[in-house]
Design a protein around this ligand. Structure first.
Ligand code: ATP
Length: 254
């Protein structure tokens, strides 16, 4: 199945990823179109994080292809176009201030051992302003609330001037009010043209903003297209067992 269409920011075809000798992702063919806000969903252990890691080249794949911005992953070099927002709990930052964390997002633009340029500073300020944390720039990251830390991680990705944001469970461990605020921020970034792929357990506050979804089960794609009406629970739901034929970006055909 050929899913790589003009305008695909991410596409995979017949992807096989093995970890510890076991197949974790099987025959995964998906596409994320430019400008989409796509949810990557599925029960615990269905392979969401593994897919994200493979897409970013953090783990190898054994078969199939991955294309980013139309370029095969193996020859992709424009990493400044990609912003990765890892799960907050996976990030341990003890010493750095908010500004230092966001500054690390400029690394893809900087020549080794050169100080920050005026453009770097401008992008860092703009990213901090976008997430509403400019006034907390000199605060140690560890002193912020969970929602604020999530915003800092988003700002770090924005500082790269990323056209694609890949976010791993941005709502994990933050209360509903903060989820609403984060959803508003993600929606605003998407409306401004940033393509977003977001790993979610439940569509939650992002439900009205999603334009596409990919649902995994046991390492296989079981749904693409319009987000499921009912949020995917932590364990696989019988309501999501019927696979859809994939026609490419956007709509699937039942
Ligand atoms: N390094 C590894 N070696 C072997 N198996 C692994 C490894 N990492 C993950 N797995 C297995 O791969 C499967 C998919 O894991 P993955 O973390 O991608 O799922 P997930 O959908 O992100 O789950 P969750 O929602 O719980 O974070 C799980 O069964 C997990 O146990």
């Amino acid at each position: 199945m050929q899913l790589d269409q003009p305008g695909s920011v991410i596409s995979t075809e017949s992807l096989l990823v093995e970890l510890g000798g076991l197949p974790i992702l099987r025959e995964v063919s998906v596409a994320v179109g430019s400008g989409e806000l796509t949810a990557l969903m599925g029960g615990n252990g269905s392979g969401k994080t593994t897919l994200v890691r493979a897409l970013l080249g953090l783990i190898p794949h054994q078969r199939g292809t991955i294309t980013l911005f139309g370029t095969p992953l193996e020859s992709f070099r424009d990493w400044h176009r990609v912003g990765y927002v890892p799960q907050r709990g996976a990030v341990v930052i003890k010493q750095a201030t908010v500004r230092e964390v966001v500054s690390s997002g400029r690394l893809a633009h900087r020549r080794a051992f050169r100080p920050l340029s005026p453009r770097d500073h401008a992008q860092i300020e703009a990213a901090l302003t976008e997430v509403g944390l400019l006034e907390r720039a000199n605060t140690p990251f560890i002193e912020l609330s969970g929602g604020q830390q999530q915003r800092v991680l988003i700002a770090r990705a924005l500082a790269t001037e990323a056209e694609l944001l890949v976010m791993d469970e941005p709502f994990a461990g933050v209360d509903l009010r903060v989820q609403d605020e984060l959803a508003e921020l993600i929606g605003r970034l998407n409306a401004a043209g940033t393509t977003v792929l977001v790993v979610l357990h439940e569509t939650g506050a992002l439900a009205p903003l999603l334009t596409n979804s990919i649902v995994l089960r046991e390492g296989r794609v079981i749904h693409t297209g319009a987000p499921p009406e009912h949020p995917a629970p932590h364990h696989d739901s019988p309501g999501l067992t019927r696979p859809r034929l994939m026609t490419g970006i956007g709509e699937g055909v039942a």
